[in-house]
Design a protein around this ligand. Sequence first.
Ligand SMILES: C[S@@+](CC[C@H](N)C(=O)[O-])C[C@H]1O[C@@H](n2cnc3c(N)ncnc32)[C@H](O)[C@@H]1O
Length: 266
Amino acid sequence: MKLNQVYLAENLAFLRNVPIDYCDLIYIDPPFFSGVDYKEFSDLWHSLEEYLEFMKERLIEIYRVLKVTGSFYCHCDPNAVFDLKPLCDKIFGKKYFRREIIWNVGSVSGFKSQVKGWVRQHDTILYYTKSDNFTFYKQYTPYKEEYIKKMFRYKDEDGRLYRKRRGGKQYLDEKPGNALGDVWNDIYSFQTSTRAKEYLGYPTQKPEKLLERIILASSNEGDLVADFFCGSGTTLAVANKLSRRWIGVDNNPKAIGLCKKRLNIN
Ligand SMILES: C[S@@+](CC[C@H](N)C(=O)[O-])C[C@H]1O[C@@H](n2cnc3c(N)ncnc32)[C@H](O)[C@@H]1O
């Protein structure tokens, strides 16, 4: 299988040909059971059972191709997150459900804000690993300039800034901010910022910053990052920029066309 490549394929058939224990990080952003027929792909189903069966077959394969040290992120919205969670628990093991990440997509306007009740403002990303031996690098919200000036007042002979903590030194470069939690408020979706330069107009396209966070936290340079519902190729573009190897699959020719352009490949 050629890496750093996108494939126009039905992902279940494709996944069945991927070797066992192959990928270090898998992110998927599948259809959400939203009942919306996007021009590029359809999210219409006869029943929830049909949708869950579709997801189950693919999740079983995703589990098989994930390395024992690997991580899996499943992007969901409220339509089916509470149905997908028990399904993923069954496949990955409840014990390896690590976190429910709440991504605040920003405040919406237009008809979505007309709803009777609380306006929906987040997606959920279910995060699993395959064992307790997994790659993870904490991510930080950087301290504000004034805070650094006020708190990291000392400089050692190498020019490194530090503060005094419990009789020792805490270096700014070792703790560059507050460790990021599971509620992400600082990444806007294209629902609210369609004029962003990276926006290619693909329905439900995700921002690069979201994938950057996931890839930096859960992989090393040279690792293999896979997205089996890759759409416009956000995961792949970010993996490429961050010197990871990558592989993408989508069954929509328009999506694959966009990926190839975005990644400058044939
Ligand atoms: C929500 S979009 C992904 C968007 C992507 N995260 C991005 O940033 O552009 C879901 C994608 O899954 C693809 N898809 C749906 N069912 C599929 C299947 N059975 N095999 C391969 N791709 C599929 C659709 O064509 C669509 O591009």
